[in-house]
Design a protein around this ligand. Structure first.
Ligand SMILES: *[C@@H]1O[C@H](CO)[C@@H](O)[C@H](O)[C@H]1NC(C)=O
Ligand SMILES: *[C@@H]1O[C@H](CO)[C@@H](O)[C@H](O)[C@H]1NC(C)=O
Ligand SMILES: *[C@@H]1O[C@H](CO)[C@@H](O)[C@H](O)[C@H]1NC(C)=O
Length: 432
């Protein structure tokens, strides 16, 4: 009991406890080695206090020593570690027949193979209305990108830059390198404002690397103004998630599709010394400076949820809606200028419209809500109102039944996708 109490305080005492209570069995030694691996490799070192308590409790209750079946032991340890650290990626396995694989750095491929790899993983189409469609099945790392610089620029990035809007398809992107993330975000940003995109903490080296957009890249940027839709599926994983997460949270892209897989920056399977047990450990983690959170494990919920198969069609219709925004806004500005009764408020309204943020507008209804909020705040006039009327629907909105009779309504057909209706006081419309 004394040993138990003391063991609560420091790891060396935990070690003594384990050795005392189970010196004849292999389990305590295994657990100690496992704890050591975690303390040197697990990317949330601040959480490890809980792990030690969980191990201790299991030992104290004699559970660990009683389990002689190694596979059962592996699954018990997995449960304990997962519960203590609340991380489903931690897995203890017993693999007596595993062929040991030396963790090694990927050898750099010869240029020809790199070219083939890129050809097979990046595909560009130009769709109707000069909409670009870029399917990227892997995020190309910095090193490869440097080697293939002009090839990628001429065949991909310069062609993309000429499109009016882009669908970036990451639905099949299951591989790639984090080092490629800053380039992609840079391409879709301006050079003037550098953005801190991600912070990646690597536990074994105890180094946090900040990923920032780059002041200069070797190609014409897409910039931050043109519409960008990112497609994700439940298979989208790893570096592609880092790309989608950053673009979404920077409000640079609207994401369409399914919640992404929730992968990891880096997971390693490490052999527990002197045993046939392994422990799978996430050794690095990503934290977004924008959200303070990560795409890891939980994945990224899309802005617009549709099954992956329907994502392209949805993206196209979204781009059509978004493509109409400038024209709609211009028409509204014209109408306000010509008809709005409170002429003193007109300049402020027009000025405000110029700077309204439409980056997250995904539907006609959205656009109308955004505009109404803006216009009503600036004008302090709840009757200044825009209404969306889909084709073939009569005025069924009960809110409009309450509009007093003496307010005329002005219906304006802006284009085939959006109709706006501006309600205005009679005085504003009287045709003198
Ligand atoms: C992009 O457009 C410009 C101007 O229209 C043109 O000069 C250039 O060749 C185009 N680039 C590509 C890669 O299509
Ligand atoms: C990791 O580095 C920080 C300083 O950047 C230091 O305070 C900390 O003790 C280091 N942790 C380990 C386990 O080496
Ligand atoms: C609306 O018009 C009525 C008369 O038609 C007028 O009395 C009223 O002041 C106007 N309201 C505004 C806000 O201009």
């Amino acid at each position: 009991m004394k040993a138990l109490v003391m063991a609560h305080h420091t790891p060396p005492l935990l070690l003594m406890l384990l050795l005392c209570t189970g010196s004849s069995s292999f389990q305590p030694a295994l657990v100690i080695e496992m704890a050591k691996i975690l303390s040197e490799n697990y990317c949330f070192p601040e959480n490890l206090v809980g792990m030690q308590e969980a191990i201790q409790q299991a030992i104290n209750r004699g559970e660990i020593q009683q389990i002689s079946d190694r596979k059962t032991l592996a699954s018990v340890l997995t449960n304990r570690v997962q519960a203590a650290l609340n991380d489903p990626r931690l897995i203890v396995s017993y693999e007596p027949n595993a062929v040991p694989v030396m963790p090694q750095k990927q050898p750099s491929l010869p240029t020809e193979q790199l070219i083939r790899l890129v050809r097979n993983s990046v595909k560009l189409d130009i769709l109707d209305n000069n909409v670009g469609y870029l399917r990227m099945d892997r995020v190309i790392g910095e090193e490869t990108a440097a080697k293939l610089g002009s090839l990628l620029r001429d065949n991909i990035w310069d062609k993309v830059a000429n499109t009016s809007s882009l669908i970036l398809d990451l639905r099949y992107s299951t591989a790639g390198e984090m080092s490629g993330v800053p380039f992609i975000i840079s391409y879709f940003s301006d050079a003037e404002t550098l953005i801190h995109v991600d912070s990646v903490y690597d536990r074994p080296s105890n180094i946090t690397k900040e990923l920032w957009t780059m002041p200069s890249i070797k190609m014409v940027r897409y910039g931050k103004k043109k519409d960008l839709i990112v497609l994700t599926s439940k298979r989208t994983m790893g570096a592609a998630e880092a790309v989608a997460y950053a673009l979404k949270n920077l409000k640079r892209a609207i994401t369409v599709g399914e919640r992404s897989a929730g992968g990891s920056v880096k997971v390693e399977k490490i052999r527990i010394p002197q045993s046939d047990f392994y422990i799978t450990v996430p050794v690095a983690r990503s934290v977004s400076p924008i959200t303070g959170h990560s795409w890891e494990v939980s994945g990224i919920p899309p802005t617009i949820n549709v099954i992956a198969k329907e994502a392209v069609a949805k993206a196209k219709s979204l781009l059509a809606v978004r493509g109409a925004i400038p024209k709609v806004v211009q028409s509204i500005a014209d109408i306000i200028e010509r008809f709005y009764a409170f002429t003193d408020r007109v300049p402020a309204l027009l000025e405000h419209l110029k700077y309204t943020d439409f980056s997250t507008v995904v539907s006609e209804e959205d656009l109308v809500v955004t505009l109404n909020q803006d216009l009503q705040t600036v004008s302090e006039d709840p009757r200044l109102m825009i209404k969306y009327m889909p084709d073939n629907t009569e005025d069924e909105d009960p809110a409009f039944d309450n509009v007093p009779e003496d307010f005329d309504s002005l219906k304006v057909l802006v284009d085939t996708t959006i109709k706006v209706e501006i309600l205005s006081n009679n005085t504003g419309l009287s045709p003198h």
